[in-house]
Design a protein around this ligand. Structure first.
Ligand code: C2E
Ligand code: CA
Ligand code: CA
Ligand code: CA
Length: 277
């Protein structure tokens, strides 16, 4: 299989620019990479700043490519999406995340694991069944998992996406609106979504301490979230100043380098043990 793709790439090498070749190469290599340890999941804590309870983590994919080195996830996810193969990646991420939660449970640690979905995942009719099966096999409760999805992803084919989202929500999974504030969903749309968390994009959080506008936006987003009965999470919390401001304004969950960068599985387990004990 891989050889085929490589010959394909060589045959066309002349005509295409470097960027295009890079994308082709990433696509040709990714299935193999999923099976090797080139691709792995990192985990970043989502912390309740007022309590040691309600601990969560976000699973973030990493690929160290033998030729290109570190490849930005947004770059290769876009490649895999446009090749119509994102379900393979998402399912690998889900299986790996389930495995991590099981391992932590064996150490006596409960947490909520968040996984990022692509817009296309919600268009697959059997996506909820796939998750159902994973949960059954692992014997983990649905409420141990949160699915992060952007507002624009839901709105792309709203009717079909919403049907699946409703089913996942009814199964007991938590649903988070990711990158909140960067899309354009109206309040009436927000009101009808089966979600449990609003996640404020880091672009509004990184300069919170110096930017008056960002503070206004974050303040009103926290209010909106609470009005709708949702938990509000801020990502990109890098400083004690940002943390304090967010706590003072009632933000429920914080995530960012101030607490921890995304960590490989083993380091993450250690971080959790230190944090809880
Ligand atoms: P995202 O879902 O908005 O993830 C948050 C990004 O912010 C992550 O970048 C994370 O490493 C970064 N981050 C966290 N805390 C801080 C901080 O304090 N400061 C700064 N500057 N950055 C922080 P990352 O890991 O590069 O992921 C980028 C995007 O790639 C994600 O954005 C998500 O859209 C996508 N992605 C990552 N893993 C997956 C995956 O497994 N599946 C899918 N579909 N998308 C994924
Ligand atoms: Ca996310
Ligand atoms: Ca974001
Ligand atoms: Ca994003």
């Amino acid at each position: 299989h891989a050889r085929h793709s490589n010959e394909f790439i060589c045959a066309y090498r002349q005509g295409w620019d470097e960027d295009h070749l890079r994308r082709l190469q990433l696509f040709a290599d990714f299935k193999q990479a999923l099976l090797s340890d080139e691709i792995c999941l990192f985990f970043q804590p989502k912390v309740d700043p007022l309590s040691r309870e309600n601990l969560g983590a976000e699973a973030l994919i990493r690929w160290i490519h033998p030729e290109f080195g570190f490849v930005n996830p947004e770059e290769f996810i876009a490649v895999i999406e446009s090749a119509g193969q994102i379900h393979l990646l998402t399912r690998w991420v889900l299986r790996t995340a389930v495995h991590q939660v099981s391992q932590l449970q064996a150490l006596g640690t409960d947490l909520t694991m968040s996984v990022n979905l692509s817009a296309l995942d919600l268009l697959e009719d059997d996506f909820p069944e796939y998750i159902q099966r994973l949960l059954r096999e692992s014997q983990l409760p649905a409420s141990s998992f949160c699915l992060e999805i952007t507002e624009s992803a839901i709105m792309q084919e709203a009717e079909r996406s919403l049907k699946n989202l409703e089913r996942l929500h009814a199964m007991g999974l938590l649903i988070s609106i990711d990158d909140y504030g960067t899309g354009y969903s109206s309040l009436s749309q927000m009101k009808s979504l089966p979600v449990s968390e609003l996640k404020i994009d880091k672009s509004f959080v990184l300069e919170l301490e110096t930017n008056q506008e960002d503070r206004q936006i974050v303040r009103s987003t926290i209010e909106l979230g609470h009005t709708l009965g949702l938990k509000v999470t801020a990502e990109g919390v890098e400083t004690a100043g940002a943390r304090d401001w967010l706590i003072n304004h009632g933000c429920d969950i914080l995530q960012g380098y101030f607490y921890s960068k995304p960590l490989p599985a083993h380091d993450f387990s250690r971080w959790v043990q230190d944090y809880l004990h």
